[in-house]
Write a protein that binds this ligand. Sequence first.
Ligand code: SF4
Length: 197
Amino acid sequence: MKYPIVEIFHSVQGEGYYSGIPHVFIRFGKCNLSCEWCDTEFNEYIDVEMTEVVDEVLSYDCKRVIFTGGEPALQDLYPIGYELKKYGISLSIETNGTIPINPIIDWICVSPKDQLYPNVKLKQITGDELKIVYCGQDLSMYDKLKKGFRHHFIQPCYDENISEEKNGKHFKIVENLVKQNPGWRLSLQTHKWMGIL
Ligand code: SF4
């Protein structure tokens, strides 16, 4: 069995609940959306045998894996998840929520893009972490969705094509939003500040 793989790397999770904790990231190719701020080259993948993917994960001294993309839920994650779990590895996923997630995944982080795609129905409306990329949308649109998740993060949209000053203004807006809306936590893409993957 083969998976479309963009890259596999060992790094520190830079955002959300597990920020600061080392993981092995498996970035799958392909996505079913096309967000204007997307910062991943998800079409630049090669098909890799599952055993090779597992071997690479095992080459790192790390018991946590994040399936990311692209949209990782486009893949059948059960076979690789089953193999990795034989070695005591816990599985997280970063998903846009448009495809139901296989229950073999231990930690589900949904980052919906419905501010861009209001007509795309979310299929994964429960999970551990709801992570909103804030681009000026009305947060009340998430009032119902929030109930399905234990942790709620707002993350400013970091645009590498605009100045640090303009990005800083986005951050200030989100800081104020978090102060004014109890129950939301600030998430920053700290890996970008640190210049790591
Ligand atoms: S859902 Fe994620 S990976 Fe897909 S286009 Fe949007 S930002 Fe990029």
